[in-house]
Ligand binder design. Sequence first.
Ligand code: NCD
Ligand code: ZN
Ligand code: ZN
Length: 428
Amino acid sequence: MKLLIQNGHVLDPLTGLDDISDVLIEGSLIVKVEKDLSVPADRVIDASGCYIMPGFIDLHVHLRDPGLTYKETLGTGGRAAAHGGVTTLCAMPNTTPITDTKEMVEELHRRAEVESPVHVIQLGAVTKGEQGEELADIQGMAEAGCHAISEDGKSVMTASLYRKAMRLAEENGLSVFAHCEDITMVEGGVMNAGQKAKELGVKGITNSVEDVIVARDILLAKETGVRLHLCHCSTADSVKMIEAAKKEGLPVTGEVCPHHFILSDEDIDVNNGQYKMNPPLRSKEDVEALREGLKNDIMDVISTDHAPHAEEEKNLPMEKAAFGIVGLETSACLTYTELVEKGILTPMQMAEKMSYNPAQILGLKDKGSVSSGKTADLVIFDPAAKYSIDKNTFLSKGRNTPFDGYPVKGKVRCTIVDGKIVYNQKGV
Ligand SMILES: NC(=O)N[C@@H](CC(=O)O)C(=O)O
Ligand SMILES: [Zn+2]
Ligand SMILES: [Zn+2]
């Protein structure tokens, strides 16, 4: 099977190609990236006016499978990913039960091959049952191909145990993806501590809840040599600490989610659980620091922290609602609208932060690039499409987003995984 994509604007972070080109795919591989390729093909796609980027690699997704499949499944989450231009995703282990054994990781990888149209890398938990007491089988999960371990949903609060986990992760070639939250400091907080929380009469979560664990985890990474990826960074001081760690040459990377670089706590007008997530929407100063951090490449990755919940778990006031919002189907258009259109990121930086850098962090040498010899995981993205986000178009089971009705520019037209079209907008 030969697939020819013509006249797209290729953005390839690996070679630096940033120009109109054709892309020829044979089987599951990209075989040629050249202008005016006139070769016979089984299928031709006209990508005029669109970018051709390496498929997005989302390092932070909650698929809720097994156990919480009323919120999402490998199938619905996988189809939502394809709709959002995501060709590989990392599934967090806070499932029911917690994914903390070699067998569970293997089983999820087996099922994902069949049930999900996009690649799924299942991450393993750091401790058994995410209880923070006993280490999970880190070596076994590494053998099952988990690439990284994470306690996402919480931090491993005992530093000595986390240090042991980091040593084992390092020995087994795994990264540690860190959720940074000192649970002893939350004290019932449900949104950012500030004027807005006071006005709404709810308890606040201070920046230091995140910052003290970011500091600790960077120091532990320095001692153990593990490659540390800091999840969903939300504060100005997180950016500062990552900058300092990089200056020291430590293998530390930082991720930002669209909601944290777009919205601040001031956007929460009424006590509405759709704006509740962990970490919370911060101050305008924090939002500005995250944007600057992305622009200056201190922050390496844009991921979603796609956290689907049922309607009855979110249509509640802040105090009662579940933490988390969906993101797989809105991250590309929000990033394009808020960062590229506003001149904060170049289109190439968007491809770096949504695909190339995540591929590097996971050690996926065959992904994150539109160049010959790489796996044909691609997204065709139309930067001119103008519309408003409509949660009813989502393929995810989750509809929990504060961005419903939000005006955006930029739309995923087509998503290709292993040379096969897994999402194609009608009429293309
Ligand atoms: N981000 C959230 O608010 N919620 C996540 C957990 C997490 O990412 O920490 C979830 O699993 O729902
Ligand atoms: Zn988290
Ligand atoms: Zn998460």
